[in-house]
Structures are given as structure tokens and as C-alpha cells.
Ligand binder design. Structure first.
Ligand SMILES: NC(=O)c1ccc[n+]([C@@H]2O[C@H](COP(=O)([O-])OP(=O)(O)OC[C@H]3O[C@@H](n4cnc5c(N)ncnc54)[C@H](OP(=O)(O)O)[C@@H]3O)[C@@H](O)[C@H]2O)c1
Length: 223
């Protein structure tokens, strides 16, 4: 079992924490405020969960999920994440989350931002393609015919194997796109990013399952 640290415990972080606890993992949650503000979520999750500062969550996780608005990426504590596997869920959405000058002016692509901030961590992009309500409902046991497949990308093969095994335990298959830069194939606005949306219900739960073959087709459309 893995201890998952969370920098950001909102819609995506909180959903992943629920899946993780249900799968038997421990979680260390943090947000931008005092840890006691996570009292309700920790109470709901039970003894496998605790609230902490961002530094403690970074230090305490074997794998650490960063799930904050992109504009807050500089506050992710780099020191305790040195040498660790970090899951990057971030999507750049300037209209709703604010403009990030490094992206707009300095030309740093959004998918490189967190890895550049955490040069000694092994960043794997994952979960950025799935709406949190769908993430909560589409998980299935290994081998289920309607199990969904999520794209991942990152520069370190061992880190991606770790993340794929973790995601498998949470109820999803993974498709490894290769280097972190390949995550542009599932960035906001691409067909793969919208894969789970039901054309009839859009963001309504439960969303639609996307098997590996369909995901590969959608990823191909972005290339
Ligand atoms: N929502 C989705 O379905 C979805 C799907 C895929 C990817 N994403 C991406 O995942 C990221 C998180 O999205 P979300 O919808 O989960 O956002 P959210 O519900 O607004 O949660 C954001 C979390 O980040 C925390 N946070 C903000 N600034 C922080 C800081 N400086 N240090 C530590 N924690 C900080 C917030 O804490 P406070 O409560 O203290 O502010 C909150 O716990 C975004 O980049 C988004 O684009 C979201």
C-alpha cells in the first residue's frame, strides 16, 4: 500500500483521496490554509487520512499529487519533494484560474511548468483529462469490460510504472504517451481531454467509460 500526499485537496484532490482510501491506501491532505480546515474531509475518510501542511504532505507521501490552480504552482514545496514521484493533474485555464505570466510571456508550456519548478522530482502527468465527478464514478476492477483508460506522460519510466500501478489500484488502466511533452496530446481542448463527457449529459455524472482503444484513437486525432 502507498501513502499518497496531496498538495491541494479540492475537487480532484479530494476525489482521488476518496478513491485511494477506498483502495486501502493512506492519505496526507493539505490545502492553502491551516490543516484544521480539512477536518470534515478527514473525518469522512477515517483513520487512513490525516491533514497536514503542504510541507508535511509532501514529506509524508510516497507519491504526491499536486492538484492546485496552476497560478499556485510556485507554492508547491520543492525541498521535501526531491527524489519523489509527483502526479501533476494541472490544467491551464487562464479564464477561470488566472493568467500565469511564465506561460503567457516566457513561453514555458503549461505541461513543463511543474517539472521546471521541481527539477529533482519525477513528475508524471495524470488525471488531467477526467472531470472529478466522472473520476469518482468510472473506476472499475481490473479486467472489467467497461474499465476506463487514462493517459499518462512523464520523463522517468520508473516513475510512470509506479503511477500506473497506483492508478490501477484506483480502478483505471493507463496509456503511457511517453515523455512529459507528449501530454500536449491530452491538454485542454484536445479530443482526449473531453473523452468522458457524455454528449447528452456533458458534465453530468457518471460520464462515459473510455477503453484503451478509443483513447488511442482520440489521442491520434490531436497529433
Ligand atoms: N475539477 C476537475 O474536474 C479537474 C479535472 C482535471 C484537472 N483539474 C485540475 O486540477 C487542479 C485542481 O483543480 P480542482 O478542481 O480540484 O480545484 P479546487 O477544487 O479549486 O481545489 C484546489 C485545491 O488547491 C488548494 N490550493 C490552492 N492554492 C494552494 C496553495 N498555494 N498551496 C496549497 N494548496 C493550494 C485549495 O486549497 P484552499 O481550499 O485552501 O484554497 C484546494 O484544496 C487544477 O489545476 C485543475 O485545472 C481539475
Amino acid at each position: 500500500m502507498t501513502t499518497m500526499g496531496f498538495i491541494g485537496s479540492g475537487k480532484i484532490g479530494g476525489t482521488l483521496a476518496r478513491l485511494a482510501v477506498a483502495a486501502g491506501h493512506d492519505v496526507v491532505l493539505s490545502n492553502s490554509r491551516d490543516p484544521h480546515t480539512l477536518h470534515d474531509l478527514v473525518g469522512e475518510l477515517g483513520p487512513r487520512a490525516r491533514a497536514a501542511t503542504t510541507e508535511q504532505a509532501a514529506a509524508g507521501g510516497d507519491v504526491v499529487v499536486v492538484s492546485v490552480p496552476v497560478r499556485a504552482y510556485r507554492q508547491v514545496p520543492a525541498g521535501p519533494l526531491r527524489g519523489k514521484v509527483v502526479i501533476d493533474t494541472l490544467n491551464y485555464d487562464p479564464a477561470r484560474q488566472g493568467v500565469v505570466p511564465e506561460i503567457e510571456a516566457a513561453g514555458i508550456p503549461p505541461y513543463e511548468l511543474l517539472q521546471a519548478h521541481l527539477p529533482e522530482s519525477y513528475v508524471v502527468k495524470a488525471f488531467s483529462t477526467v472531470f472529478f465527478r466522472h473520476l469518482a464514478t468510472l473506476g472499475r476492477p481490473a479486467g472489467a469490460p467497461d474499465r476506463s483508460c487514462l493517459p499518462i506522460a512523464g520523463d522517468d519510466p520508473a516513475a510512470k510504472r509506479t503511477v500506473a500501478a497506483l492508478i490501477d489500484s484506483l480502478g483505471y488502466d493507463t496509456y503511457d504517451l511517453g515523455l512529459l511533452a507528449e501530454s500536449r496530446s491530452f491538454a485542454p481542448g484536445t479530443p482526449a481531454q473531453l473523452a468522458h463527457l457524455d454528449p447528452a449529459g456533458m458534465f453530468a455524472a457518471p460520464g462515459r467509460p473510455v477503453a484503451a482503444a478509443r483513447l488511442v484513437e482520440l489521442l491520434g486525432e490531436a497529433r
